[in-house]
Design a protein. Sequence first.
Length: 409
Amino acid sequence: MKKIAIAATAAAMLVLSGCSVTGGGGDTAPSAKDKSPIQVGVILPQSGPYTILGAPQTDALKLEVDKVNKAGGVNGRQIKLTIRDDTSDPTVSVQLYNELAETGKYDAMISSSRTANSQAVGPSALQYEIPTLALGPVNAFANGSNPWDFVIPTTGAVNAEAQIKYFKDEGLKKIAIAFIDGDAYGQDGQDSLAKFGPKYGIDTVFSQGYDPATTDFTPLIQNVLASGADAFWVWGSGPTPSIITAQWAAAAANSKTQLFMTASQASNLYSYKDGKPVAATNGVHLSSNIAVVGPQLPDSDLKTMVADFAKRWSALGNDQYEYPPQFAFEAAKAIQVLAAGVKAAGSTDHKKLRDAIEGLDILTYTGQTKYSAKDHVGLTPDWIAIDTVKDGNFIATDYSVAKFKELLK
């Protein structure tokens, strides 16, 4: 088995109010004997439409910080989280980020799982010079142009290229795309298809934005069917893709056009309802991070790591998620990255920690993550799984199983 460095992990008690003990605020490097907590501000959607992401991510953060604190912390220091609810609103995200940053107490920040929210706090991370781990897949942070923001999940562009490579491998040459209008994630989908499609010999035969408040997608579906597309790719988040899936199943049952979703739907919020698999999702294809198909991975350090987190997650007794959703793995990864950065820096000085994160090359729950000055995502499309929904479960395609056997051998 190929030797891959496993990231250090970290943990701490979840704190829902302000922290009473500072962790140096990043102004000076703590001494080797410093045992003060590593203070981390976290902005998550714990109310509003993106609570479906924020709530499981809160549980995942607690799990991961608890694991490492029980093992002695990072360099003998515990991690302490301050959680704030951005109500799924980008403006609130910025306000809360600034409020925490202005105290000077925080060694690092974790920003919202909603793409628009994480993107909105980018200027604040730059202003306050605080290492910030974005749980939203912000393409704008990918190239390191904002030196203080690092992306934890893969970006829309990385996911898109992975899916487009699959289209090519499967001979799906004509693609129709519908994307959420006025949203950074939807724009990523449209832009990525325009960028990578020609590279892989893929033609865009239909492209249309949609209002997330829409409930009747019949006209859009009829236009897709009339386009002669081999695949219909839906780029959106929230409840709308589920509505499209149900209406597609009714209108396109006899069509040869295949329905594709994105990694935003790699959760049983999409494939289950009232505890039962949603029949309309059967056969739908989508991308996910590699941890989602953890049980199907070949024996490897990664499979062991993913299984350990899944076992701890199972002990929570989460009725909605028996197996961790992908965004839970991503929240836990943020703690892995933070802990590995602090360990490498030997400090929580903001500049030293930022530089250490930028130099990481570690195995995380979502694959081998290698940051650099020009790559603040650190993951390639090779680490993305292409799955098919079967009876509510996400099953790696033969294409992905073969790829991971080669990647992890």
